[in-house]
Structures are given as C-alpha cells and as structure tokens.
Ligand binder design. Structure first.
Ligand code: HEM
Ligand SMILES: *[C@@H]1O[C@H](CO)[C@@H](O)[C@H](O)[C@H]1NC(C)=O
Ligand SMILES: *[C@@H]1O[C@H](CO)[C@@H](O)[C@H](O)[C@H]1NC(C)=O
Length: 329
C-alpha cells in the first residue's frame, strides 16, 4: 500500500531535478538516447580524418562555453541584432572554430534521438571523445545540461588571455571555483591544436617593453617560431613534439621553456609559484596528469548557469528555438 502513495512524490522529485538541472548524471540519456556516445564518436572520428584540429576545436568550445554563464551552450549562439548579443563577438572568441563540427554532431544526434540532447551536453561529451580519440583518458561524462536562451558577451571577459600573468590566470579560474591544480591540469589541453602567431610574437623581441625577448622562452624554439610565423595570422602547433596527440608533452615543453603562450610558460616559470611543482609532477607522471585532468574536466563541466535563466533543448545549436504561441501570451 505504500508504493501508490509514494509514487506522486517521486514524480514531483524527478520533475524538480529536471527543471533545475541541479544534478548532472552519467545516466541522464541512458534511456532516452542509449546510443549517444557512439553517434558522437562516429562524427568526431569522421571530422578528425579531414581536420587534425577537430578534437582541439571541440574541447576549446566546451571551455569557452563553461566559463561564461556556466555550461549552457551559450557560446554557440549566433548574433541576432537586438536579441542575442553573441559571445562569438567577444574578443576571446575571435577566430574560434568548430561550430560546423558541432552542427554535424547535433544533426546526427537529432536523427538518432530527436529533441532530448542539449548542445551543452554535446560539447561536454564530444570533448571527452575528442580527448580519448587523441590518445588521452576515457571517463564517464555527467550529462543533463540545458541550453540557454541568452548569450552573455560581456561575460567573455571571464576568459583568460594569452598574455595573462599567473596571478590573473589564478583569479579567473578561482572565480569559477577552480584551483591551481585545475588550472595546470586543464591547461594541459594545449597539448594539441594551434594558436595564431599574433598571440605570442610579442615575446620575440621587445617583450613587455623590456627591449629584450621573453627570458622564459627558449631562444632556439623562439627562432623556430619566428620562421613559422610568416604572417601574424599563421597557426602554429602548441606542442612541437606530438602536435595532435593528447599526452603529457605540454608539461615537458614548459620545463624546456617551450610554452607557446606566455600564459602557458607562467605556470612553470613564475618565481615561487605553487604551479611549478604541479607542472613537474605531470611532466614526470602521465597517470597523475590524466587522473587530475578527468577530475578537473568534470569540475569545469559542472559549472552551472545563473539561476532563473530560461533554458531549453535547442533544435539548432546556433539559435534559440522559435517561441511557441503560448509562450508569448
Ligand atoms: C589557462 C588559460 C588559457 C588561455 C590564456 C588560453 C588561450 C588560448 C589561445 C590564445 C588559443 C589560440 C586561439 C587562436 O589562435 O585562435 C588557445 C587555443 C586552444 N585552447 Fe586555450 N587557453 C587557456 C586554457 C584552455 C583550456 C582550459 C582548454 C581546454 C580544457 C583550452 C583548450 C585550447 C585548445 C584545444 C586550443 C587549440 C584550438 C585550435 O586548434 O583551434 N585552453 N587557447
Ligand atoms: C554575464 O556575465 C557576467 C560575468 O560573469 C555576470 O556578472 C552577469 O551577471 C552575466 N549576465 C547575465 C545576464 O547572465
Ligand atoms: C610587464 O610589465 C608590467 C609593468 O612593468 C609588470 O607589472 C608585469 O608583471 C610584467 N609582466 C611580465 C609577464 O613580466
């Protein structure tokens, strides 16, 4: 006799969990879209065949999504004058790529299980698959995010910049509840992908108005970079050793003063910094790096949108759903 009385409470509890998406779960799509990981893996693997930066582009989108109003797919919304002030117009997103890959993943997911998987979840799960397909760790991704109906362009100032000092990097991560260990681990994503030259050519000569090169940039590497940067728009591999592989080479590069961005090198070279020992630990021990990377990715992926913003499962990742008649009333 107890079960019939309890049932309505269970239903209410389930609805509340869904409405507030307070709690992500690896099993969120287990019934509604059991084939989700395979569908996503197929499209990511396909993209990697023609674009060796596909994995890098996807994880960077997830990072830029989560640091602005939480992981809510807001980074993907295109500009609609007077309605959506696109985050893509914020300086840190200038030149961000991979939205076409997200479109392909979304349409494959919609064919398999229509209307149930958010674009924010697609970014989270495709990041995991990207890392795994590039030789990195595998982990179970908590799911159940909703997509926002707003973007927050001014919020893109939460994102760290390539000339940031360690103090600035730490404070931007701390603002998201991420500590020094998370900062060092997540920066390890710069083990693949590329950066455009104008982000680091300022380190070559008159660094920070000192009239000298950045002393924390290996001079041999500096001259290699100078040759690769035939234009300021040219893209150079973050990791000169294994440019498409997800491994710990990022950290050995830092120890050899071969961090591409100043912000990378700061983690190792800032005097008396707590991050130096973490870099050394990850450079020496790939298991330690992978284990922490997984923890930090889950932590970043858990960043929540502010309470009260309207959300949905977007049909097209680049725009909000059409408002239904009863919503306007
Ligand atoms: C710690 C502070 C960080 C700074 C200052 C930073 C800055 C940058 C910059 C300037 C670029 C080059 C963009 C371009 O040329 O268009 C870049 C690329 C990239 N970032 Fe970061 N990033 C940071 C952290 C992260 C994190 C936490 C992740 C992911 C977990 C990440 C993943 C990537 C990837 C994979 C690329 C290469 C993308 C591509 O090839 O298109 N970054 N980042
Ligand atoms: C936009 O982001 C900023 C910085 O995180 C935050 O202070 C502000 O409340 C956000 N605005 C909206 C409408 O969410
Ligand atoms: C650049 O110069 C400014 C002003 O002298 C200083 O505060 C800052 O720490 C310097 N940055 C680096 C990375 O040396």
């Amino acid at each position: 006799m107890a079960p019939p009385k309890l049932a309505p409470f269970l239903v209410v509890a389930a609805l509340m969990l869904r409405a507030s998406h307070a709690h992500l779960s690896p099993f969120f799509h287990a019934k509604t879209c059991p084939q989700l990981p395979f569908v996503v893996a197929n499209v990511v693997a396909q993209a990697l065949q023609t674009d060796d930066r596909a994995a890098a582009k996807l994880i960077r989108l997830h990072f830029h999504d989560c640091f602005v109003n939480g992981c809510d797919g807001s980074v993907l919304l295109e500009d609609v004058p007077g309605v959506i002030d696109s985050e893509l117009n914020g300086p840190p997103n200038g030149g961000i790529q991979g939205l076409d890959i997200v479109d392909n993943i979304k349409s494959a997911v919609e064919s398999a299980c229509p209307g149930v998987v958010s674009c924010a979840d697609i970014l989270a799960i495709s990041s995991q698959i990207s890392v795994f397909l590039s030789g990195g760790p595998i982990w179970v991704v908590p799911l159940g995010r909703k997509d926002s109906r707003i973007a927050n362009r001014t919020g893109t100032s939460n994102l760290p910049g390539p000339s940031e000092t360690l103090v600035g990097l730490k404070s931007k991560f701390a603002a998201q509840g991420l500590d020094s260990t998370d900062l060092v681990a997540l920066s390890g994503a710069h083990t693949f992908g590329r950066a455009r030259c104008f982000f680091f050519t300022g380190r070559f000569d008159n660094f920070n108005n000192t009239g000298r090169p950045d002393p924390t940039l290996n001079p041999v590497y500096r001259e290699q970079l100078r040759r690769l940067c035939t234009t300021q728009q040219a893209r150079v591999n973050f990791d000169p050793i294994t440019p498409t592989k997800f491994d710990k080479a990022y950290y050995t590069n830092l120890i050899n003063l071969k961090g591409l961005l100043q912000s990378d090198q700061e983690l190792f070279s800032t005097p008396r910094a707590d991050t130096t020992a973490i870099v050394k630990d990850f450079a020496a021990n790939e298991v330690a790096f992978f284990t922490q990377f997984v923890k930090s990715m889950i932590k970043m992926g858990n960043l929540k949108p502010p309470p009260g913003i309207r959300s949905e499962i977007r049909q097209n990742c680049r725009r909000v759903n059409p408002v239904k008649a009863y919503d306007i009333m």
